[in-house]
Write a protein that binds this ligand. Structure first.
Ligand SMILES: [Zn+2]
Ligand SMILES: [Zn+2]
Length: 346
């Protein structure tokens, strides 16, 4: 009886959870979570819907405990902090991305390499994420949001944004270098804008002519339609690419990009295809080409991403959905029908 009354008095929130692998999205009432000593609680304003949310929906990520609230493109205001939190205060607007916390004591953390923490926490996977009215995160996961960014329009900067921004700024390309962005979807439409703002000779690579105008509007200097010519033929005009950022979650479309790299060129893969990527060793050896991946970034990288976007006027193209339509937002995103990021607004 006492327990019942206590739970009746507890504050609850609306949330969308997945109860098991391959389960449906369920709109539920859950207790508002309380922050631990080193945590902060966000009253969530917006959360982007990312392709990687399928890891929770489909049960593809090892060790997920259900029920789980997905969402790792979170923006909200701090409404509670743990007793030992000194850096953040109530009312500050912060964002939380994929990298949702680290241990500070593993070998990678002791080298300051937090993104490679071997106990890395992931928002919406290790703990409940942003498909809800509130969430609790470790303080090191929070990035300060610049005042002039709107939460609903900017939430995807916390994953799609930081991934492309950070991959490009760490790619070794310098101003004036030919940098191609393959795919003009959720990641790619930001990649093109970042590449242009970073001063690269920016090439958009797409599988049809449909996005030619859009690419120009986003700042691309050149447009390659791979239904008309191979990326290799096209990129030769400019000496081959120094860097190609592959954003389409489709391994088959990445394979022809190796031939489009110039000497010493590098294919940076951020699109999560589920097929193998077939590459002949000879394609890499002669011209010293390489392939690498890039995993999003830390909270400070996200903060840099948002500041850079605010500074240079980079805009995420979003379609907004209320929280209760999360399932529809997810389906539209998976069917590649969203232009270009779905965002839940609370
Ligand atoms: Zn993501
Ligand atoms: Zn660590």
């Amino acid at each position: 009886m006492y327990v019942l009354m206590w739970s009746f008095n507890m504050a609850t929130m609306r949330a969308v959870q997945v109860s098991r692998a391959k389960g449906a999205f369920e709109l539920v009432q859950r207790p508002v979570p309380e922050p631990g000593m080193r945590d902060i609680r966000l009253k969530i304003e917006a959360c982007g819907v990312c392709h990687s949310d399928m890891f929770i929906k489909e049960g593809l990520f090892p060790g997920i405990r259900y029920p789980r609230i997905p969402g790792h493109e979170i923006i909200g205001t701090i409404d509670a902090v743990g007793a030992s939190v000194k850096t953040f205060r109530l009312g500050q607007r912060v964002g939380v991305g994929w990298h949702g916390g680290h241990c500070f004591v593993c070998d990678a953390c002791r080298r300051g390499d937090f993104i490679h923490c071997n106990k890395e926490q992931i928002a919406g996977i290790s703990y409940d994420g942003g498909y809800a009215e509130y969430c609790v995160v470790p303080q090191e996961a929070a990035a300060l949001v610049p005042e002039n960014l709107d939460p609903g329009n900017s939430a995807p900067l916390m994953c799609a944004g930081v991934t492309t921004f950070n991959a490009l700024r760490n790619s070794g390309a310098r101003s004036g270098d030919v940098v191609a962005i393959q795919g003009l979807g959720g990641l790619g439409h930001l990649g093109v804008q970042f590449a242009r703002a970073m001063g690269f000779h920016t090439v958009a690579i797409s599988g049809s002519s449909a996005k030619r105008e859009l690419a120009a509007k986003l700042g691309a200097h050149e447009y390659v339609d791979t239904s008309k010519e191979s990326p290799a033929q096209a990129l030769q005009k400019w000496g081959g690419a120094h860097v190609i950022l592959a954003t389409a979650p489709d391994s088959k479309s990445m394979q022809p990009l190796i031939a489009a790299l110039g000497t010493g060129g590098r294919l940076v893969v951020v699109g999560v295809g589920t097929d193998t990527l077939p590459i002949l060793p000879l394609q890499l050896i002669g011209a010293t080409k390489s392939i690498s991946g890039w995993p999003s970034g830390t909270a400070m990288d996200s903060q840099d991403t948002m500041n850079f976007a605010a500074l240079t006027g980079i805009q995420v193209m979003v379609e907004k959905f209320p929280l209760e339509r999360a399932a529809e937002a997810y389906d539209q995103m998976m069917a590649n029908k969203v232009r270009f990021r779905a965002v839940l607004v609370m």
